[in-house]
Design a protein around this ligand. Structure first.
Ligand code: T4K
Length: 372
């Protein structure tokens, strides 16, 4: 064990940070502009560049992913119940509840851990107004099936695409599916603006509403308070980080791919023995390698690894444990057995730009020893 212990902590992720000189150059622009927030020039520049990069029609920027998800729900005037997944970060469920809506949890599929479209229809009632699925770990939901159900029952679809920056299906941006998709640009994401988020949406008219909602409900032209809004504007420091990081994110994704493949190769023995399960991207998908997860066979094995890894200075995270319908803060039905099983047995392992191939090989050796 001594030989395999890392000298410095290996965390589950580290932010994508550009060369400091590049960010400093942008900071000088902020000083020259004397403009820090409220629809500043860098925010506008970033919005244009991002739109091009993602190849989408309509996009608005926000201070963080969670606020943008709340604004997406608010803008569509949803009522009653929303069908969603329990296997996600607390944000998804809380965005629904904070909009005075009731989340109704549909169980997930056991392969990609996304909301299973086959479980949606039985949960639709006359109170249902929307479906809010999550592209968990950046793997696309079954968007065509979800779209079909939504059309048939006249429901809105908002994708929590917090993990899905740059992901494409058959060369089409994943975030262009649904009525609205939310991307998070938090420090821990594949692409970050320190904190930050955005909404990508089909109906161009929503632009006006989003601009108002993120600025206390004040409309951008008449300066009247027409909506109940919040303060969720992206500031110039975030936009500056976005502009610089956009020029590095492709390289960062390629690096993640290399690390992912190293994990895959070095865990193949355990995989063949049925001791761990590793997610593989779907064939028609350009993936972003946002997370590297392993699913083990039992809760005890997961806990053993989670507790033992820090002894080697490796810090995994339990994304996502427990499922959101088991949070002590709420009293929801706990009738999603697949989500419970996945949540009990999955761990996110370190994957980030500065991790070396040798580091990953070492982590895999540790896992092999600890699972024997
Ligand atoms: N929907 C979904 C499905 C999401 O996963 C999230 C966020 C959202 C919505 C909401 O989006 P945002 O409003 O956040 O934009 C982290 C992130 O804070 C959160 O953004 C993310 N999902 C979630 C999955 O992970 P924690 O509590 O695990 O973060 P923390 O502080 O433990 O950081 C993770 C690791 O990264 C640690 O080992 C430390 C390291 N780290 C972290 C930061 C912030 C660094 O090395 N440097 C850093 O600057 O939630």
């Amino acid at each position: 064990m001594k030989d395999l212990k890392f000298e410095n902590p290996i965390l589950v992720t580290r932010p994508l940070l550009p060369p400091i000189e590049e960010y400093e150059k942008k900071l000088k622009e902020i000083w020259n502009n004397n403009w820090l927030t409220n629809n500043g020039p860098l925010e506008r520049e970033f919005q244009g560049k991002l739109k091009e990069f993602l190849d989408v029609e309509n996009i608005e920027l926000f201070v963080n992913g969670h606020s943008s998800l709340e604004m997406a729900i608010k803008a569509l005037n949803l009522t009653g119940e929303v069908i969603t997944t329990p296997f996600t970060f607390a944000s998804t469920t809380q965005a629904i509840i904070n909009n005075n809506l009731t989340p109704v949890f549909a169980d997930i599929d056991p392969y990609y851990y996304n909301l299973n479209p086959d479980n949606i229809e039985e949960l639709i009632t006359d109170k249902t107004s929307a479906i809010i699925p999550v592209h968990v770990f950046g793997n696309p939901c079954e968007v065509e099936k979800i779209d079909k159900i939504a059309k048939e029952y006249d429901l809105k679809v908002i994708y929590d695409a917090a993990h899905a920056f740059g992901v494409k299906i058959d060369d089409k941006a994943l975030v262009s599916y649904g009525d609205i998709s939310m991307l998070s640009f938090h420090a821990t994401k594949v692409f970050n603006t320190i904190e930050g988020g955005s909404l990508i949406f089909k109906d161009k008219d929503l632009t006006y509403k989003f601009k108002a909602l993120k600025n206390f409900g004040i409309t951008p032209d008449k300066e009247e308070v027409q909506y109940l809004g919040v303060n969720a504007k992206m500031n110039e420091f975030e936009a500056a980080m976005g502009l610089v990081n956009l020029t590095h994110v492709e390289d960062a994704i390629n690096r993640r791919k290399l690390l992912y493949e190293t994990y895959l190769k070095n865990l193949s023995g355990l995989e063949n023995e049925g001791r761990v399960k590793v997610l593989r991207p779907k064939e028609n998908v350009k993936y972003n390698y946002a997370y590297f997860t392993i699913k083990v066979n039992t809760f005890e094995e997961k806990n053993h690894l989670f507790e033992k890894l820090p002894e080697y200075n490796v810090h995994a995270k339990r994304y996502f444990y427990p499922p959101c319908n088991e949070f002590p803060a709420y009293d929801f039905e706990k009738n999603t057995p697949i989500a419970k099983d996945v949540s009990d047995t999955i761990l996110s392992l370190p994957i980030y730009l500065d991790l070396t191939v040798e580091d990953v090989e070492q982590i895999c050796k540790i896992i092999e020893i600890e699972l024997k």
